[in-house]
Design a protein around this ligand. Structure first.
Ligand code: URA
Length: 205
């Protein structure tokens, strides 16, 4: 079968999950990626930040948010008074999805089947860490957290309380900011992103 389901056990320690994920064959993305990139951060973190998937650099290094999007996230977190070292950072999808283009590997957005196949890993991370708040950056992350499509423009910027999981704050993905061609718009959107992270830091004390 092409898609297998990862057994959703209660709570396995993060380090064990990180080892297990390297053997994941729940979707076909493992085949072309260098490695699975699992989340990183303190096991007692109050906030889990979720991105989309590892990028080119993350795929090579094996750690989340170490490339350009990560640098922007770090800067925004700092401006928001959110200490990255106290946050657990992960991705909705653990393998890099790309298209070879000459010597480059072009990022491809993961689809609903890949998000669904990878979702048990995120759920197991959340079960192990038990944060009070999840920050979903972008549509892929938000979909992975709630299990259905989310409109970022409608959901962003306020804390959504959920009965079946930690509170949720939806915001934009830092790559969205990197792609904005207009400098003024970029500044405005960056400021909004920082405000969202500031709210996260405030409510998850
Ligand atoms: N973009 C993401 O969503 N996650 C990463 O780890 C890097 C870039």
């Amino acid at each position: 079968p092409k898609f297998e389901t990862v057994p959703a056990e209660a709570s396995t320690p993060i380090d064990e999950l990180r080892e297990e994920v390297e053997d994941c064959r729940a979707c076909p993305l493992w085949a072309n990626a260098t490695q699975a990139v699992f989340g990183e951060g303190p096991a007692e973190a109050r906030i889990v930040v979720v991105g989309e998937q590892p990028g080119d650099k993350e795929d090579i290094v094996g750690r989340p948010f170490v490339g350009p999007a990560g640098a922007l996230f770090d800067r925004a977190a700092k401006d928001a008074g959110l200490d990255r070292s106290k946050v657990y950072v992960t991705n909705a999808v653990k393998h890099f999805k790309f298209e070879p283009r000459g010597k480059f590997r072009l990022h491809k957005t993961p689809g609903p089947t890949e998000i669904a196949a990878c979702r048990p890993w995120l759920e197991r991370e959340l079960a192990a860490i038990r944060p009070s708040l999840v920050v979903a950056m972008g549509a892929t992350a938000a979909r992975a957290v709630v299990g259905r499509p989310v409109k970022i423009g409608e959901a962003r910027g306020s804390v959504i309380e959920r009965e079946d999981g930690p509170d949720l704050l939806v915001t934009v993905h830092p790559s969205f900011l990197l792609r904005l061609p207009d400098e003024d718009r970029k500044q405005v959107e960056y400021a909004r992103f920082v405000e969202d992270l500031r709210l996260a830091a405030k409510v998850a004390k």
